[in-house]
Design a protein around this ligand. Structure first.
Ligand code: NAD
Ligand code: ZN
Ligand code: ZN
Length: 345
């Protein structure tokens, strides 16, 4: 089969690779129908993710059709259409029993990281019963591919952890796919103000179309003042960090209102300052989270009811044999205006 293989920092190749086989009774082999590229794949290619070794097939998102299942799999059979979750969960370990699938002792984020991933014609999915989700009749695979990672990430790490409330004020710093997914799912709670912050006017225009009530381009360094002005000097009840750099986390800490929450989503590779000397008396909370995908069944039913249309996030489509072009478009988003790219098999 063909697969997109990580060859070490800065290097990847579309090459012939052995087809995966069932390795444990809980496994399924899934023939991929759609996949997509995540910012995290770019992090791996930069050499930022030490757990991902050269030779690994990348990808942790997508949809497919079950080709075969191990003896212990009861929820799926060959021919079933499925969403592949970015997080694999056994459903039985101490973390899975708490719904914290991201820390599953034999799973978590392993696809396209410590085991071969979804940017290939076939993928082996461990713990298939509790890591795949069925696609119902008429389900749109492109929309559902957004459920593998970005929608649960924006919702769980941003909206749920950030305790977004009806009538409340929210700032989302970073209008990439994850920040926009937080924007789409925050609206389920009807906040009165959702201000999106980014450096890229194109992404801010997209955010406006997706329902942001205000946007701030932070290039001039005056975003904090602008947000404080919008909120009568109080700041926002929820400040969602969706970039992953010190400046944006510190901005969230400066714009959070007394009693509010800073909900961090970004993956941080550098030390970040926490100004407790300014924050200790402000009754705030700071949350961090690796996506658990515990909200996936709920998000599936919301998609089914058309309350959210994640297809709005898809800007580009490529055939799998052009996945290198898909990477090029995704990596140069400022020029290509790419958000999510769909790669079809
Ligand atoms: N916690 C989790 O489980 C989890 C899961 C998936 C992704 N992530 C992380 O979420 C973050 C966002 O992911 P994404 O795919 O949307 O990334 P992205 O790179 O596509 O988007 C980041 C956005 O931030 C903007 N930005 C950069 N610097 C800025 C600044 N100084 N001020 C304001 N905006 C700025 C960029 O213009 C871009 O639009 C990344 O760090 C990613 O690794 C976390
Ligand atoms: Zn991802
Ligand atoms: Zn587990």
């Amino acid at each position: 089969m063909k697969a997109l293989v990580y060859k070490g920092p800065g290097q990847k190749a579309l090459e012939e690779h052995a087809k995966p086989v069932l390795a444990a009774p809980g496994d399924a082999i899934v023939r991929m129908t759609k996949t997509t590229i995540c910012g995290t794949d770019l992090h791996i290619l930069k050499g930022d993710v030490a757990t991902c070794a050269p030779g690994r097939i990348l990808g942790h998102e997508g949809t497919g059709i079950v080709e075969s299942v191990g003896a212990a799999v009861v929820a799926f059979k060959p021919g079933d259409r499925v969403v592949v979750s970015c997080v694999s969960s056994c459903g039985k370990c101490v973390y899975c029993r708490r719904g914290m699938f991201s820390h599953c002792t034999t799973g978590g984020w392993i696809l396209g990281n410590t085991i071969d991933g979804t940017q290939a014609e076939y993928v082996r999915t461990p713990h298939a019963d509790t890591s795949l989700y069925p696609i119902s009749e008429g389900g749109d695979e492109e929309a559902l591919a957004m459920l593998s990672d970005i929608l649960p990430t924006g919702f769980e790490c941003g909206v749920l952890n950030g305790k977004v409330q009806p009538g409340a004020s929210v700032a989302i710093v970073g209008a990439g796919p994850i920040g926009l997914a937080a924007l789409l799912t925050a609206q389920l709670y009807s906040p009165a103000l959702i201000v999106m912050v980014d450096l890229d006017d194109n992404r801010l225009a997209v955010a406006k179309r997706f329902g942001a009530t205000a946007t701030v381009n932070s290039t001039d360094g005056k975003a904090v003042a602008a947000i404080l002005k919008m909120t009568g000097g109080r700041g926002v009840d929820t400040a969602i960090e969706a970039v992953g750099i010190p400046a944006t986390f510190e901005m969230c800490a400066e714009i959070v209102a007394p009693g509010g929450v800073v909900a961090n989503i970004g993956v941080h590779g550098k030390q970040v300052a926490l100004h407790l000397e300014l924050l200790w008396d402000r009754n705030i909370s700071i949350t961090t989270r690796l996506v658990d995908t515990s909200s996936t069944p709920m998000l599936l039913s919301i998609l089914g009811s058309s309350r959210i249309d994640p297809k709005q996030l898809i800007t580009h489509r490529f055939a799998f044999d052009r996945i290198l072009d898909a990477y090029a478009a995704f990596a140069d988003a400022a020029k290509s205006k790419a958000l999510k790219v769909i790669v079809a098999f």
